[in-house]
Design a protein around this ligand. Structure first.
Ligand code: PGA
Length: 237
């Protein structure tokens, strides 16, 4: 399974370094073989040795150049970063990234062979319009995206479930994942208020290949317990 942590704009460089040290130790102790990804704040990214892969929460579709305030692939690769999150709802809805911009970003990082965690998900008003408009909305987020890209991971994250403590029912997640698997056979993560007390039931849903965790990933003890739960489920299968 794939267990990913999105720190968003949290944790300093120092805090991130000690978090990663602790996480590596616990994963080793637990003999954990799950794929673990961590997306720190861009200024907290550093060279990291270990089995946890670090990724960028965002970057610009450029190697380098005159793009004030942005980060290019050259700056990521200095730290061995080859994983990127694209299309997170906070970038779509707060930072105003359009599908067109996301496609450009996707294609740029695909060409460089990056592992891309591509996020899709609907806001509450769209969900309330019913399942047809909701699926149309989500389908539009697949437009221009190479769904067969070998290093693609998709994350389904309903916008209204992110950071709110609200989650869809397990049955809703199951149905959505079943539908989204028809669009792409890439691993499909669920994200949105995943925490210690619901991760097990979420990971047990068919077609859920892992989770993308925000707020609940910030404490290393909790996140490593989530990795352990994933391992236990895997061991049982
Ligand atoms: P959350 O965030 O776990 O805090 O809801 C998930 C995400 O934004 O990826």
């Amino acid at each position: 399974m794939i267990i990913a942590a999105n720190f968003k704009t949290n944790l300093t460089r120092k805090q991130t370094a000690s978090y990663l040290d602790a996480l590596e130790d616990i994963l080793k102790e637990d003999d954990n073989s799950q794929e673990v990804l961590v997306f720190p704040a861009i200024s907290s990214i550093d060279a990291h040795e270990g089995r946890v892969a670090l990724g960028a929460q965002n970057a610009y579709a450029t190697l380098n150049g005159a793009f004030t305030g942005e980060t290019g692939s050259e700056q990521l690769e200095e730290f061995g970063i080859k994983t990127i999150l694209i299309g997170h709802s906070e970038r779509r809805h707060i930072l105003g990234e359009t599908q067109e911009e996301l496609v450009k970003k996707f294609n740029f990082y695909k060409k460089l062979g990056y592992k891309i965690v591509y996020c899709v998900g609907e806001p509450l008003d769209i969900r309330e319009d019913g399942s047809e408009p909701m699926m149309e909305y989500i389908s539009a987020q697949y437009e221009g995206i190479d769904t067969e890209y070998e290093n693609l991971i998709v994350a389904y994250e309903p916008v209204w479930a992110i950071g709110t403590g609200l989650t869809p029912t397990l049955r809703d997640i199951e149905l959505l994942h079943l539908t989204l698997k028809q669009k792409s056979t890439a691993p499909l993560l669920y994200g949105g208020s995943v925490k210690l007390d619901n991760i097990e039931e979420v990971l047990n849903i068919q077609n859920v290949d892992g989770v993308l965790v925000g707020g609940a990933s910030l404490v290393v003890e909790d996140f490593s317990k989530m990795c352990k739960i994933a391992q236990n489920i895997d061991d049982k299968e």
